[in-house]
Write a protein that binds this ligand. Structure first.
Ligand code: FAD
Length: 162
């Protein structure tokens, strides 16, 4: 989704916001959709050049890092041979997750990805690789390097081989 979203739906003319500030569906700036750097440009705060404070609401990056940690850790603890119920629970979780994710632009793109690439849950290995590919899709969209998915378990489950 376009990060310079203007989402106002009322009759008022849209307000101007600095580049990079993503608006929520209510037409107001969406903090969990916006990087701290962009967010700070619209405040009078002296924090502009610094890193986001640890005890403030998350920006899109902090939220993303924490969420990937949770999702890859779910993959790391998912059974190698899950029961049909465990597979169904994981599918439900991922679909609900994609609807509830607190950055709406991220959520809409992730829902579109799920429609294209159905979540694979038949084993830990299968889900871990599916998730790694899904994360790489976001990396590509953001212009970040992609991750070698043959290493997902070392990164998230076993630790790096010496
Ligand atoms: P992150 O991408 O957060 O990754 C954390 C760590 O995971 C990395 O340090 C690396 O060790 C490891 N890693 C990286 N890639 C992989 C991989 N493929 N498989 C396994 N491990 C990996 N941000 C936006 O600005 N726009 C969006 O549309 C957007 N959509 C998102 C959708 C989802 C579902 C999620 C969870 C996050 C989204 N984000 C989005 C946030 C974005 O993905 C990053 O989390 C954020 O930019 C911080 O990036 P980072 O460089 O710190 O590393």
């Amino acid at each position: 989704a376009d990060s310079a979203a203007a989402a106002g739906t009322g009759t008022e003319p849209p307000k101007k916001f600095p580049k990079g500030v993503v608006l929520g569906k209510d037409g107001k700036p969406c903090r969990t959709c916006t990087s701290f750097a962009s967010w700070a440009t619209q405040t009078k705060s002296a924090l502009k050049a610094s890193a986001p404070p640890k005890d403030c609401p998350p920006d899109v990056e902090q939220l993303g890092r924490s969420t990937w940690t949770l999702l890859h850790s779910i993959a790391a603890t998912y059974p190698p041979t899950p029961t049909p119920k465990e597979q169904a629970d994981l599918k439900s979780f991922m679909h609900l997750f994609s609807k509830l994710y607190p950055c709406w632009v991220c959520a809409e793109d992730f829902q579109a990805y799920l429609r294209k690439q159905e979540v694979r849950t038949r084993s830990r290995d299968e889900f871990g690789n599916w998730l790694c590919e899904a994360h790489n899709e976001v990396n590509r969209k953001l212009g970040k390097p992609t991750f070698d998915c043959s290493k997902w378990e070392e990164r998230w489950r076993t630790g790096w081989k010496d």
